[in-house]
Ligand binder design. Sequence first.
Ligand code: NDP
Length: 332
Amino acid sequence: RMRWALIGASTIARQYMVGAIRAQHGEISHVLSASAERARAFADEHRIPRSGNDLKELLSDLHIDAVYISTTNEKHLQQALAAVKAGKHVLCEKPLALTLDDASAMVRAAREAGLVFATNHHLRCSGSHRAVRGLIASGRIGRVLSLRLHHAVFLPPHLQGWRINSPDAGGGVIPDITVHDADVARFLLGEDPISVVAQMTSSGLGEGVEDSAMSVWTMPSGAMVMSHESFTHPFAGSGLEVHGTEGSIFARDVMTQNPIGSIELVTSSGREVIGFDQHDLYGESIRRFHAAVAGEGEPAATGLDGVKSLAVALAVREAAVRGVRIDVKYGD
Ligand code: NDP
């Protein structure tokens, strides 16, 4: 039975991760917040035995095996490094950090310490994305020509805080959603973007950060990826399309936290509805994490996956700021 500590009394922990950890037979023994009061309230709400605001004290507990970090993005680095130093496995939220050097440093520290480090990219845990990947890999659509990612959503009022007004906390739609889309493209196509062009804007919510972005990525195979992220689109719906020489895949409402949506394959034989497994995405992330700690395989999204998704997002922002094509730098 894995013993977890939550670093961050966050919405994502409250809405998804507490339930996901417990569903996978993990035990949550601590919750940490910058405010002892908020930590206590969170602990009471979720029946977590211990709470506090002292990271050092929390990490000194030898019974804790792993930490789940879901604080605002500027805090991940220092918290992850401290957890690794204390010998804890780490599941960290995306974006791993604000810079590529910081993200790489976290992942390197865990590797050198022989600890599992995972990134909570939930979409590659979903049955729908796995089904799309399976269709591509089995050759059903022939050679992939293009991937279109539709991820323009509406940020609910209770999340309209640091994401739309705090560059220091890693706000903006690019660190928030483009990182997920980068991971989706890498997962579906099995290759890493080489270069990007992009534009971004603020269309009603962003104050000092972008709330919308569109970009086009070049892949090593020659496939083109088109990616659209926003916080301001209430009715756009989400989805992805993969177009190949022998067929097209239309996956609707699949850029989501829940196991919903639909997939249709169109080929010369006609239209086919594709079924997929509807397990909980975050539960699957935890299941794979627990297995990795037990020495069985890798987490669903590794630390390196988190570094690479951040690299793509940073390139998208740089391309949008400078108005030129940017080569993606993945670091070493
Ligand atoms: P929240 O804004 O809900 O929480 C982030 C931090 O804000 C908390 O850790 C908390 O700090 C602080 N906070 C919460 N409530 C208050 C308050 N009333 N006053 C002051 N501070 C408060 O963020 P999210 O849960 O939306 O996101 C957290 C992280 O998870 C981010 O890195 C985000 O990118 C990621 N995320 C990932 C998702 C995924 O699907 N993989 C989905 C959603 C988010 P403290 O801990 O100090 O109490």
